[in-house]
Design a binder for this molecule. Structure first.
Ligand code: FES
Ligand SMILES: [Fe+2]
Length: 439
């Protein structure tokens, strides 16, 4: 029997050797089976149950400023075109022809009125409608073209981020983000249109499962002093000493699996009190912004992460996606964000400092990629596959006595103090919920 077939409808999912997916999680003891990171059946099932059933980040609005602009992206393994139509509406279209599956868009980005399938020549407009069929009269007499548009996903944006889903039942993006919006707002939604991407995303492949990146960015401050120790030493900062990299506020949205961390090393936005007042942020958010106690890292479930901080040798602002390319391979897609109205030299500084630390050749990025690929190799053998990953570090959810006797003002499930493994565990609980869901 293979995973993802009839049994998962009634009994939860099973692997090819009969192991129940539920056997790979110990909910009481907070451990996970290492096979979650390399089993081909799990990979196949999560493409359907995780990637088509959640809001997946596909683009930043600033990549699609004009009618006809498009970028080619992925939702799991499904290629999609994110296109701004002639009516200015952003759509997400399956990049697969309704005739016999051809890839109708073969460029990474561009501006076009039409997508033309190279196989037999069907033509779609930038809203996904089938507008012309080669030799229609000779081949078909006539064809009801309205029935053969490209498949479209639901699209929604938040703070400039464009998300899409093929699930008609999923709640709205706003509801899906839930309490996480409070945190996203502080870097992404204030001063509407503040950010733009500094060009196309950088892309690179890591020989590790995509979930390593997603869960780590959701809350793993614990790895910083060890994984990034040499980088911290070179930079002469305290990220490696168990100090600023570890103490702060871990927050998560338990319903949907998002998680992140507020540390006192947020970007210095340098906003005047007047600008803050105009930002639309609540007083609590303004207070956190003023003290730079900002979300510096986080993951929107399943695979969109962000990093905004000023601790690693210069300001860093990046969003990225961890794209599965098989059970043991991911493609990272990473965008640098710059303030749209900043002078060119400020933009250049942001691009340089972000690229220097977090890019294919970034000194901090390479640290993570290396340890993930090492884990991947360590769990490949028969003994390694039986390993359990542990998530024992935990504190009670509490906002009490955060600072000067005050409660922490942010919503969601909050853990104060030394970084814990609660956020990552919560990410996994959501993953299991998706995987075990019927249908
Ligand atoms: S597969 Fe696209 S036209 Fe035939
Ligand atoms: Fe890291």
């Amino acid at each position: 029997m293979t995973i993802g077939q009839d049994l998962d409808r009634t009994l939860g999912a099973y692997l090819a050797d009969g192991t129940a997916l539920e056997d790979l999680i110990d909910r009481e003891g907070r451990t996970l089976g290492a096979r979650l990171m390399n089993d081909p059946g799990i990979h196949e099932l999560e493409m359907r149950k995780v990637f088509t059933k959640n809001w997946v980040f596909v683009a930043h609005e600033s990549e699609l400023l004009s009618a006809g602009d498009f970028v080619a992206r992925y939702i799991g393994l499904d290629p999609v075109i994110v296109a701004r139509g002639d009516d200015s509406k952003i759509r997400v279209l399956l990049n697969s022809c309704s005739h016999r599956g051809g890839r109708v868009c073969r460029s990474d980005s561009g501006n076009t009125s039409d997508f033309r399938c190279p196989y037999h020549g069907w033509i779609y407009d930038n809203a996904g409608n089938l507008t012309a069929v080669a030799f229609e009269r000779e081949a078909y007499g006539s064809l009801d073209k309205e029935r053969y548009g490209l498949r479209t996903a639901r699209v929604a944006t938040y703070g400039g981020l464009v998300f899409a889903t093929f699930d008609a039942e999923l709640p709205s993006l706003e509801e899906y983000l839930g309490d996480f919006k409070f945190y996203l707002d502080m870097n992404l939604r204030f001063l509407d249109g503040y950010w733009e991407v500094a060009g196309p995303p950088q892309r690179w492949v890591v020989d590790a499962n995509w979930k390593f990146g997603a869960e780590q960015f959701a809350g793993d401050g614990y790895h910083v002093p060890s994984t990034h120790r040499s980088a911290a030493e070179v930079m002469g900062n305290s990220a490696g000493d168990g100090g600023r990299g570890n103490w702060g506020v871990n927050f998560n949205e338990p319903r949907y699996g998002h998680g992140g961390r507020c540390l006192g090393v947020g970007l210095a936005y340098g906003l005047s009190p007047e600008q803050l007042a105009e930002s639309g942020l609540s007083p609590a958010q303004q207070d956190l912004l003023a003290t730079r106690m900002l979300p510096v890292v986080g993951t929107v479930f399943p695979n969109c992460s962000f990093l905004f901080n000023d601790v690693l040798g210069g300001p860093v602002a990046t969003i990225r996606t961890w794209n599965p390319r098989g059970p043991e391979k991911m493609e990272v897609m990473s965008w640098v964000l710059v303030a749209r109205d900043a002078p060119e030299e400020v933009k250049e500084e942001r691009i340089q400092s972000t690229t220097w630390a977090f890019s294919a050749s970034g000194y901090a990025e390479g640290d993570d990629a290396e340890v993930w690929a090492q884990v991947q190799r360590s769990i490949k053998g028969p003994m390694g596959r039986e390993q359990r990953f542990t998530y024992l570090s935990t504190t009670p959810h509490s906002v009490k006595d955060w600072r000067d006797g005050q409660d922490f003002p942010g919503p969601g499930e909050v853990h104060l103090g030394f970084t814990t493994e609660d956020n990552q565990w919560n990410w996994w609980l959501r993953w299991f919920e998706c995987m075990n869901r019927l249908g």
